[in-house]
Design a protein around this ligand. Structure first.
Ligand code: GUN
Length: 284
């Protein structure tokens, strides 16, 4: 039976560490603050934003919510971001994605100051990650590195296969594994022999976006399997990109869905916010 990597426990540990860090900052008169912007009323986004606000409250970070109407113009949103960039009492700025169709997401991301880019989406943050300079890292892949490290799983020298090449997960995941001295292969929709490549992985990161896609034939004996997917099945139960029941006996370690990668994203967002406050006050 595989080690079940407990994302709930590890994310909770990280949030406790953030809470301690935030309390120390507050004792020095610094009040970490995250600005959370949502444009429109997409129900899924409202749930995500609500969870982020709750995590802020738990860790002692102030959350400043901006709920803008669907018809907000691009320029109005950019104006708000510029104002928050200049506001010394704000340490992180997050625009919940997706934004409405009439908006230009790339321009929005580029307008957020890299010093406050706690999502790690700004081209400067992405570039810094790729050349090993300090900067914020996308929360889900950063959380996966924490899951591995805190479960005592070595990355150095391992064959790591990432399935998925999104800007938010796949690409930064590959960069982070490379930074940890993994030998990294990135697979995507045009990859040939996907099963064969996956079945050689010591660490397999599944971010393909298809429910229960990876069965035991994709998994090497005793491999570490990280499941980034989250889907609601026909039976109304949550499942990941990995067929958990089929893979659990073969893997050496595996993340469950729910309770694996999912809770790590917000924990790392909190960690990035606290870190931003530390960096900003260090520069004053
Ligand atoms: N939408 C889905 N995931 C995310 C995320 O991590 N950050 C932001 N800003 N929007 C999202």
């Amino acid at each position: 039976m595989a080690l079940i990597i407990d994302g709930k426990k590890i994310s909770s540990d990280i949030k406790e560490e953030v809470k301690t860090k935030v309390a120390a900052l507050k004792s020095k008169g610094i009040r970490p603050c995250l600005a959370v912007i949502q444009v429109g009323k997409d129900p899924a986004s409202t749930v995500y934003v609500g969870n982020k606000k709750k995590a802020c409250a738990y860790t002692g970070i102030e959350s400043r919510a901006y709920e803008l109407p669907e018809e907000t113009t691009q320029e109005q949103l950019l104006e708000l971001i510029r104002r928050l960039n200049e506001d010394d009492t704000v340490h992180g700025i997050l625009v919940q994605l997706p934004v409405p169709d009439h908006m230009d997401e790339k321009e929005i991301i580029r307008t957020i100051s890299p010093a406050k880019d706690v999502d790690g989406f700004h081209p400067q943050s992405v570039g810094a990650l790729s050349i090993g300079e300090p900067g914020f890292v996308s929360c889900t892949p950063a959380g996966i590195i924490q899951l591995l490290k805190r479960s005592g799983i070595e990355i150095d020298g391992k064959n790591c296969v990432v399935v998925g090449r999104s800007n938010i997960v796949g690409k930064p995941m590959a960069m982070l594994l490379l930074r940890e001295n993994g030998t990294v292969t990135v697979c995507h929709s045009h990859t040939r022999n996907l099963r064969e490549i996956c079945s050689r992985a010591d660490i397999l990161v599944a971010a393909i976006g298809k429910p229960k896609f990876f069965d035991a034939s994709y998994v090497k004996d005793q491999a570490v399997v990280i499941d980034v997917g989250i889907h609601r099945g026909a039976d109304n139960k949550l499942c990941g990109d990995v067929d958990y029941e089929a893979v659990a006996d073969k893997a050496g370690a595996i993340t469950p869905v729910p309770g694996g990668v999912g809770p790590m994203t917000i924990a790392m967002l909190m960690s990035n916010c606290a870190e931003s406050a530390v960096r900003m006050c260090g520069h004053e």
